[in-house]
Design a protein around this ligand. Sequence first.
Ligand SMILES: [Zn+2]
Length: 240
Amino acid sequence: MNVLTIPLTRTHFSFAALTTNAPVTARGYREIKMKEKDIKSLITDFVDFLLPELTPYETSLYLYLFRNSILRDCSQKVRIGKRTMAQGYGSGSRGAKTNYAHMTKVIAGLEEKGCLSIGDTTREGTEYTINLPHDIHIVQEKIATIQPKQKDEDYFTDLQKRNLLFERDNWICQYCGEKVTKENATLDHYIPQSKGGKNTKENLRTCCLLCNGIKSGKAFEEAAPYILKNIQERRKRKNK
Ligand SMILES: [Zn+2]
């Protein structure tokens, strides 16, 4: 089963949570109970990010396969023949029945866009693995581009916001535990700016000048031994 990668600020329904303890109905399908927020995020992702990338035929077929895999029995896999699919997913603009070649083209389009992958074919049909909207690369890319705009509040350059963070950390250096004052308090980027760290409150820590000097530009794991050494040396000096 797929392990879902979930972007930090968004809540998505988890596939695993969906399948846990799902009772099997008389028809042999699992009965899915989705929470309202799960349905909301699923449909929002689909309409906002995936729909604009698909042709109407692709949309129609994706929904048809989604219903017959994930919504039917909590499995991303479905084995189905093209004829059955063609009957199930509607007819063309003038009521024309979908032909085999057209069906193949629509499936290939969906595969190319990462909406499904095509497995082996047996007498019962071809196996398809259907991806959830937020597992599809083009959807993830779009979500990634809109996210920074939503949450990138600058806590580094805004003086009032800086003070909020000092207050949050009780005016204590988050690396060595020393008290800091208005005069020597700094904010450290936990993930350095050079490595893509943002001016968000999650990424900023109250820091004394000494620790900031050691940590600056480094990831915490890199800087930790040096910070520790410095703390030990400071203690030694104090005790002398
Ligand atoms: Zn410090």
